[in-house]
Design a protein around this ligand. Structure first.
Ligand SMILES: Nc1ncnc2c1ncn2[C@@H]1O[C@H](COP(=O)(O)OP(=O)(O)OP(=O)(O)O)[C@@H](O)[C@H]1O
Length: 274
């Protein structure tokens, strides 16, 4: 098997239950089955879109892969090796260097009291990529240039409130890149941004995926951006993966709403569903 077809992250029968703190008629604890038996693989330089209605379990899948939640059952393999969920903190930190998350809301994901320099220098130091002050500054500036925030010198001392939504999301993307990950889990990374800049951010993510051979899990409600960005598509419905693969899935059967706000991407949807 060639390098490009070797999965870097594999999920096998992932299952997640959340206790509800209530009891049923028989005295058993009630649980919500957020994700049931999800299996899929992520590949270097390839994006997999995870599409589904609200509450279908997409975020829970990403959080298990990011190891924010432990699965109730199932296996995650990184480079073929099963993850030990009772492993050391050092092992968890190493894993998180390889697997980074980008969140939906760049307003909430950046700390308003810290500068761009702080947000980007922290992962560089934590993961041991830069040590001296000069090294850190050079790498922070390089990260800002990689996400097209230039001149980088003008952005490095800014605070989140001094940036637009798109610029904040670029900083959040740069923060994920600072760890030098191989896998990026992007949870609706453009859905809170102005329509006019969504495509710019998607194009930035696509460039990074190709240039750095990142494996992407791209969570979205928006079928048009899934088709624009991702090579593979998985569809979730009520906690289960109901469809997937490189072929065009039949979204219409699931009645997933297509946001009218995504007018710039709409022609792509029409072309590919013809
Ligand atoms: N921490 C939690 N405790 C209890 N239930 C939860 C928790 N997190 C998620 N759930 C439930 O699990 C199910 C799946 O939620 P999840 O957030 O993964 O769906 P989603 O597809 O990402 O939805 P959205 O698109 O709205 O973000 C939902 O029924 C949700 O209410």
């Amino acid at each position: 098997m060639s390098e490009s077809t070797q999965a870097i992250l594999e999920a096998e029968n992932l299952h997640k239950e959340f206790p509800l703190g209530q009891f049923n008629l028989f005295g058993a604890k009630k649980v919500v089955h957020a994700v049931e038996e999800a299996s899929f693989s992520l590949y270097p330089g390839r994006a997999t879109a995870l599409v589904g209605e609200s509450g279908s379990g997409k975020t829970t899948v990403a959080r298990m892969l990011a190891r924010i939640y432990d699965p109730t059952s199932g296996t995650i393999r990184f480079r073929g090796e099963p993850i030990k969920f009772n492993g050391s903190l050092a092992a968890l930190r190493t894993y998180r260097r390889h697997v980074q998350m980008i969140f939906q809301d760049p307003f909430a994901s950046l700390n308003p009291v810290h500068s761009v320099r702080y947000h980007l220098s922290r992962p560089l130091r934590v993961h041991g990529h830069a040590h001296s002050e000069q090294e850190v500054t050079e790498q922070v500036l390089a990260l800002l240039r990689r996400v097209s925030l230039s001149p980088a010198e003008q952005f490095i001392e800014k605070y989140p409130h001094q940036l637009s939504g798109g610029q904040r999301q670029r900083v959040a993307i740069a923060r994920a890149l600072a760890a030098r990950p191989e896998i990026v889990l992007a949870d609706e990374p453009v859905s809170m941004l102005d329509v006019s800049i969504r495509l710019d951010i998607l194009n930035l993510l696509a460039r990074l995926k190709d240039e750095e051979r990142l494996a992407f899990l791209f969570i979205t409600h928006d079928i048009a951006s899934a088709r624009y960005f991702a090579e593979d598509t998985l569809v979730m419905y009520a906690g289960q993966m109901v469809e997937g693969g490189p072929v065009k899935p039949s979204f219409s059967r699931l009645n997933i709403p297509i946001p009218s706000s995504c007018s710039r991407l709409r022609p792509i949807l029409i072309v590919s569903s013809a």
